[in-house]
Write a protein of this length. Structure first.
Length: 204
């Protein structure tokens, strides 16, 4: 039985959490248990390694942080369930594409439990409801281990998305679980999603 340490970190600043993921991954050994971190962040834009600054369409008072995951620009803010997966992929015996598929499927299954139909999009990682993005994901792989993870929009101010091309796609619409009629709060949804992820990682 694979063991996962789940940590509920609450509302935490982005930069220290990012550095914490890097430090954990750099310091882990062959027997270090995998961890799943459940967090929310104060408002912040993050720009991936190949990210283009022009996808920030208009400057505002929300900070922009350049980070080491794949992908373009995205937004994190209170009311968004962020789940970081700090995993030894080599030990788990899964590849990056398999992990991305697993992450997307966990969100799809979560939403299906509330009667909401969600789907993937070709060449646009994430999860979508009627074409609007409800969950974004990004990963960094180092020495066979991964960090970063996924973000599910639950009950947040979506206005900051108007200042960016979400994940590099002009005009992409975004949505959230509240607007899809899902009544459960972020704590319940975070726990359910983390459990689904852990179950899928037990039997990828």
């Amino acid at each position: 039985m694979r063991q996962f340490v789940t940590k509920h970190l609450g509302l935490v600043e982005y930069q220290p959490t990012f550095r914490g993921m890097q430090a954990f991954t750099a310091g882990r050994g062959p027997d270090t248990p995998d961890q799943i971190w459940l967090v929310q962040h104060p408002p912040v834009y993050t720009l991936g390694l190949a990210g283009k600054p022009e996808h920030l369409l208009s400057a505002n008072d929300i900070p922009l942080v350049k980070i080491d995951r794949g992908g373009q620009i995205t937004y994190h803010g209170p009311g968004q369930a962020v789940i970081y997966l700090l995993l030894d992929l080599k030990r788990l015996g899964i590849g990056v594409k398999q992990l991305v598929n697993l992450m997307e499927q966990a969100v799809i299954n979560l939403l299906a439990g509330y009667g909401v139909t969600a789907e993937r999009k070709e060449k646009a990682p994430g999860v979508y409801v009627e074409g609007a993005k409800i969950a974004a994901l990004g990963l960094r792989i180092k020495n066979g281990c991964c960090y970063h993870g996924l973000a599910l929009n639950v009950d947040m101010d979506l206005a900051p998305y108007d200042a960016i091309n979400p994940c590099g796609y002009p005009g992409m619409q975004v949505t959230q679980t509240r607007d899809q009629g899902i009544p459960d709060n972020i704590e319940i949804l975070s726990d359910k999603l983390a459990q689904l992820l852990a179950e899928k990682l037990q039997r990828p």
